[in-house]
Design a protein around this ligand. Structure first.
Ligand code: SF4
Length: 352
């Protein structure tokens, strides 16, 4: 593990990140004099994002993906673990230092209709961050940076869009304004929380293409949270699948989508056509969605897994290289899907 403040080869590096919330004691807890339960929203996650890379974090509601992303920005308290952004440990920064770090890591919200103040012109919304962080010394400099950000997100002529109000824009244009409001601060990391889920299907591709362009041309690292594996496959370099606060599969996007290893990933992929047709998201997945306050023993997926066997109920599977057929660098947390240990493989070959 990298020490706090040490050089990191990655733009964002998360080590053993846990976020637990204490729940209010129920009446039954109080009557039984039991302490309140704890929701383990994120439990010991390791991952990284490189500059110029788009990592999609996928999972249904309750999987912990949004909490993980918010913890990476220190927008929720971290219980344990480290988050290195540009080599600096975000979990140990004072409030004052966090301010400058937040310029470097920006959150793009899911809902472009709620994230823009209807009373502000586009130029005022985009300039808000510049004013908060006192990043410009004149009105002319502010105007120039706002126009440059609008041009980067494809809102041209920037002078025209800068004078509009949110109600004069389409949903896709509003999301572009929200992204411009992040870009104007010169971040190195964007955390995009379901950036297209509130938009019409017809304009989703345009926003995803914009993220792809920013990743390539601006060398931005992007952590994109999505419930939709089809969206992830479209733009991501790698896909990380979360279930019940833990990563269960992580690998190159095409490998994860074309040859999913974990039974939960397979379930998500099987649900994609129904999700698209009914727009019903995770309601179409079989079994109960995860509840962070009730963590099953062993493999957390075992109550829903069609392949569960006895040891799945007691042994927590580690995230290990997947068995043959995963086309390379995929790691998976499943007793049945990980590669046999090297020693065992050699013995089977008779070469040990
Ligand atoms: Fe299913 Fe067992 Fe694999 Fe968990 S470890 S996903 S229960 S087969």
């Amino acid at each position: 593990m990298s020490a706090a403040g040490s050089a990191s080869p990655h733009l964002l590096e998360v080590h053993g990140l846990s976020v637990h919330f204490a729940l209010k004691r129920s009446l039954a807890d109080r009557m039984g004099r039991r302490s309140g339960r704890v929701a383990r929203a994120v439990d010991g996650v390791d991952l990284f994002v490189d500059a110029g890379e788009l990592l999609a974090l996928v999972g249904e509601s309750g999987s912990g993906k949004t909490t993980l992303a918010l913890a990476a920005l220190r927008l929720v308290p971290v219980t344990s673990g480290t988050v290195l952004l540009g080599g600096r440990d975000v979990t140990r920064e004072s409030r004052g230092s966090l301010r400058s770090l937040r310029q470097k890591a920006q959150l793009v919200h899911q809902d472009p209709y709620a994230s823009l103040d209807p009373r502000l012109r586009v130029r005022e919304s985009v300039a808000e961050g510049l004013r908060i962080h006192k990043l410009t010394s004149s009105a002319e400099e502010e105007r120039s940076r706002v126009h440059a950000a609008l041009a980067k997100v494809g809102l041209t002529p920037a002078e025209t869009f800068a004078e509009r109000y949110p109600h004069q824009l389409s949903g896709g244009q509003r999301q572009r304004v929200a992204i411009a409001g992040s870009l104007v601060l010169g971040p190195s990391l964007l955390v995009a929380d379901e950036p297209v889920s509130m938009l019409d299907v017809s304009i989703r591709a345009g926003i995803l293409e914009l993220l792809d362009t920013l990743r390539r041309e601006e060398r931005l690292g992007i952590l994109m949270i999505t419930h939709d594996l089809a969206t992830a496959a479209h733009v991501a370099d790698r896909v990380a699948v979360m279930y019940h606060g833990m990563l269960v599969e992580l690998g190159p996007a095409r490998s994860v989508v074309d040859a999913p290893q974990h039974p939960y990933t397979q379930m998500l992929i099987a649900a994609v056509p129904r999700v698209q047709r009914e727009e019903a998201r995770t309601r179409t997945l079989p079994g109960e969605p995860p509840d962070a306050s009730r963590v099953p023993p062993g493999c957390r997926f075992h109550p829903r897994c069609p392949f569960a066997e006895e040891r799945c109920r007691v042994e927590v599977p580690a995230l290990l290289p997947a068995a043959a057929g995963s086309q390379g660098k995929t790691v998976v947390a499943c007793h049945l899907r990980t590669a046999a240990p090297a020693v065992a493989a050699e013995t089977a070959d008779g070469s040990a």
